[in-house]
Design a protein around this ligand. Structure first.
Ligand SMILES: [Zn+2]
Ligand SMILES: [Zn+2]
Length: 175
């Protein structure tokens, strides 16, 4: 009787020991796995930029004075578009990673320009500046929305996979 009780206790202890060992081994492997992917270039900002090997898609639309603009034509590079209304973000070069994949850089790669107050669309020579007038005579302002939310400052904005970007140059409704 005593022997059986002792054996039961031993079996239990062994079981507890093995389970704890498994937990420790698993936890170590898990932690190694996450620290491996960190490297040196772990982004310090809240919004992480893409790395080589990522391939993100971001839908975009551009409106000028209320009119939807044609999709930008194809250009080369890792941060580009294909005449499909999508910002394709798949960095080929380290310079296209992280900050190099900002919305303003995407414009630049396509030969355009996007600042806080001015826009030139890729493939176009026309510049739109804050204060220019729309055909109706209203003063137009450049604004950028992400998923329907107005961005106060888009200079550092890195589109994230699945974002929906809308760039508007037009009259701001008074409501
Ligand atoms: Zn793509
Ligand atoms: Zn592509």
């Amino acid at each position: 009787m005593l022997y059986r009780a002792a054996r039961w206790l031993l079996t239990r202890l062994l079981f507890v020991f093995l389970v704890s060992l498994a937990v420790v081994v698993f936890a170590r492997q898990f932690m190694d796995g996450t620290s491996d992917s960190g490297d040196i270039e772990e982004p310090s900002s809240e919004i992480a930029g893409p790395s080589i090997g990522d391939h993100w898609h971001v839908a975009y639309k551009v409106y000028i004075c209320g009119e939807l603009q044609p999709e930008f034509a194809l250009w080369q590079g890792g941060i580009h578009t294909h005449d499909d209304g999508i910002i394709h973000i798949h960095p080929f070069l380290p310079s296209e990673e992280g900050e190099g994949a900002r919305l303003v850089k995407w414009f630049e790669y396509g030969g355009g320009k996007l600042t806080q107050s001015e826009m030139r669309m890729p493939g176009s020579r026309e510049e739109y500046k804050n204060g220019d007038e729309c055909p109706g005579g209203a003063e137009a302002v450049l604004r950028v929305f992400v998923d329907g939310e107005w961005l106060e400052d888009w200079s550092e904005y890195i589109p994230q996979h699945g974002d929906r970007v809308q760039i508007e140059f037009g009259e701001v409704a008074a409501d």
